[in-house]
Design a protein around this ligand. Structure first.
Ligand SMILES: Nc1ncnc2c1ncn2[C@@H]1O[C@H](COP(=O)(O)OP(=O)(O)O)[C@@H](O)[C@H]1O
Ligand SMILES: [Mg+2]
Length: 580
């Protein structure tokens, strides 16, 4: 898992290598400084029979200052390199995730959910970035510190080295025990954190609905519970973690006492050539050895915790879109004819309850087709198969006499322009939004499609015209205005097939009729598929598909459906009553 992570150092390999090297120099210098100190005490200040040696004190003192600066310098350098490398890794990860998400099919997105994708790209990447930084610094620093301090101690006095060795397992045991106890709390805490994110995200996204329903108290309560949960588990984890510091201190203190006692005894009895200065040296090394042990175990814990985050990241990167280009794709859609042959479709892999059952339809190029049916009858699902937003699991869908699976995806989607039910505008200007439809569209073409979709009346009358600002999600436009802009955007593609999924629901009937009129004159050869709740929107279509529970019940003209389909007739009559 982490080996895979190192592939993401691309572009930052030098920093990734330099950081541990610098940290190594820092650690070695830190081990040398106590040696100089010991030399001063043993040979500089003068004890017993030895006279004081000011030269040595000065020399070692200056050397110590220089070394302290060297250690500082390399510490800072390694910090800078590690920050650069880890930020680079995070950037590479995010880029790959984004690239992967862009290729996702609709069903891939259904699987992950938007909020989870966002959390993965932000929180999870941050966690990995942090632990990567620790990995290339502390995970190198601590072992170097440990080994060099231990080896030097062993060379000078093997008895003291043995004492260190005896305490290491005790310290490790305590630290690891605490980690193991705290780990589950942290794990739950991160899950609760996800929950908190979800509550916040959902609420902020739907803040208008929340306000409209005066649902703030309930939402506050939900947030309060989620946030309380996070605090609970953070407290529980911290309660355990907090023990680590005093317990480690206790162990270090005990080591110090034992070292002082043993080293003093050895000095007094001149065992193993131990001198007074060595006592300070051993105490300093004890600190370095034991604290590097603590550091390593803490870093290991962080790495273990970020493993889950890394898994979630790689899941995003490694998920392959289930809708991909064929090996030898067609780059030309000959016409706007559509055919469904025994098509079955389901959103889940559970094919026992298909959303669309045995669909057989033949639509000629240039026809206007209405689709009518209750909510949930499968209208949106049906049209999503035409531009291959989803794939059928049985049967075939043909566009321009070729199976949709034979086309290059971009070609197909350029020629099949869909105004989705939940279509959105992007922040920018009207112009930038229209350019989504066709980036090379001229000023005139843009104005024309705005006229055709009856959006000219609220765009072109303004001073800013095409440069009118569109805020995020198009909130500065009414529902009907947004719909008309989306239609204009779809028209700019001059597609062979134009699909409107309930795209004029918020537009008044007269304008709705005007838009349909303009379709007839502007794009006569384009196949137009119109999903609508209002019978008046589809009654003049060449044919109407009546869907119910994922099945085509009727397929014919308005008059034919009035005759053969009692439900259609009933709805039609009740809707027309209001009009007459
Ligand atoms: N993304 C989705 N994931 C799972 N089920 C879905 C999804 N979209 C729609 N459905 C289900 O498929 C059925 C048909 O939905 P849809 O085609 O949107 O109906 P309509 O557009 O006629 O209202 C419904 O039962 C709906 O719950
Ligand atoms: Mg729908």
């Amino acid at each position: 898992m982490f080996r895979k992570l190192f592939r993401y150092t691309k572009g930052y390999v030098l920093e990734t290598i330099l950081s541990p090297i610098c940290v190594g120099v820092e650690a070695i210098v830190e081990v040398i400084i106590p040696l100089l100190m010991t030399d001063i005490i043993n040979n500089g200040v003068g004890t017993g029979e030895l006279p004081p040696n000011p030269d040595l004190i000065w020399r070692n003192g200056i050397l110590m200052i220089v070394m302290a600066f060297v250690s500082l310098l390399f510490g800072i350098l390694s910090g800078i390199f590690a920050t650069k490398a880890s930020a680079g890794v995070a950037k590479n990860l995010r880029e790959d995730m984004f690239k992967a998400i862009e290729t996702y099919s609709f069903s891939n997105i259904d699987k992950f959910s938007t909020s989870s994708l966002v959390t993965r790209m932000t929180t999870d990447v941050n966690n990995v970035q942090m632990s990567f930084q620790m990995m290339i610094r502390i995970l190198f620093r601590a072992p170097i510190l440990f080994i060099s301090a231990f080896v030097l101690t062993a060379i000078i006095n093997w008895v003291i080295a043995l004492i260190f060795l005896a305490f290491c397992p005790i310290l490790l045991f305590v630290v690891i025990l605490i980690m193991i106890k705290a780990h589950p709390y942290f794990k739950v805490m991160f899950k609760k954190y996800d929950k908190l994110n979800l509550v916040v995200q959902e609420n902020v996204n739907a803040i208008r609905t929340v306000k409209a329903y005066v649902n703030e108290p309930e939402e506050k309560e939900k947030f309060y519970i989620a946030s309380e949960d996070v605090m609970d588990f953070a407290k529980k984890a911290e309660k355990v973690i907090i023990l680590q510091q005093p317990l480690s201190q206790l162990i270090m203190g005990s080591v110090n006492i034992i070292v002082v006692v043993v080293a003093s005894y050895m000095t007094l009895n001149a065992i193993l050539a131990t001198k007074v200065g060595h006592i300070t040296l051993f105490i300093m090394y004890a600190q370095q050895i034991l604290s590097s042990l603590i550091m390593v175990s803490m870093v290991l814990l962080t790495i273990i915790m970020s493993r889950a985050a890394l898994e979630r990241i790689f899941e995003v990167i490694e998920t392959k879109s289930d809708i991909v280009n064929p090996s030898d794709p067609l780059y030309e859609v000959s016409d706007g004819s559509i055919e469904f042959k025994n098509a079955f479709f389901s959103y889940s892999s559970n094919q026992e309850k298909p959303v669309l059952k045995n669909i057989n339809l033949k639509i000629n190029s240039g026809e206007t087709i209405g689709i009518f049916g209750g909510t949930g009858s499968g209208k949106s699902s049906l049209i999503s198969l035409i531009s291959r937003l989803y794939d059928v699991y049985d049967g075939e869908v043909y566009v321009g006499n070729h199976n949709v699976k034979e086309y290059d995806l971009k070609t197909l989607r350029d020629q099949v322009s869909v105004v989705l039910q939940k279509n959105v505008l992007f922040s920018g200007t009207v112009r930038s939004n229209l350019q989504w439809g066709n980036e090379n569209a001229s000023e005139e073409e843009m104005k024309e499609v705005l006229r055709l979709s009856c959006a000219d009346e609220f765009i072109l009358t303004k001073d800013e015209g095409l440069d009118s600002i569109v805020e995020q999600g198009g909130v500065n436009f009414s529902g009907g205005q947004k719909q008309r802009l989306c239609i204009a955007r779809a028209l700019l593609k001059k597609p062979k097939i134009l699909i409107l999924d309930d795209s004029t629901s918020a537009v008044d009937t007269a304008t709705d009729a005007k838009i349909r009129e303009s379709f007839k004159s502007y794009i006569p050869s384009t196949t137009k598929i119109i999903i609508a709740q209002r019978i008046s929107s589809i009654m003049d279509a060449d044919k109407i598909i009546f869907l119910d529970k994922g099945e085509v019940i009727s397929f014919g003209t308005h008059e034919e459906l009035l005759k053969t389909n009692p439900i259609y007739r009933e709805i039609s009559e009740s809707q027309m009553k209001g009009v007459k």
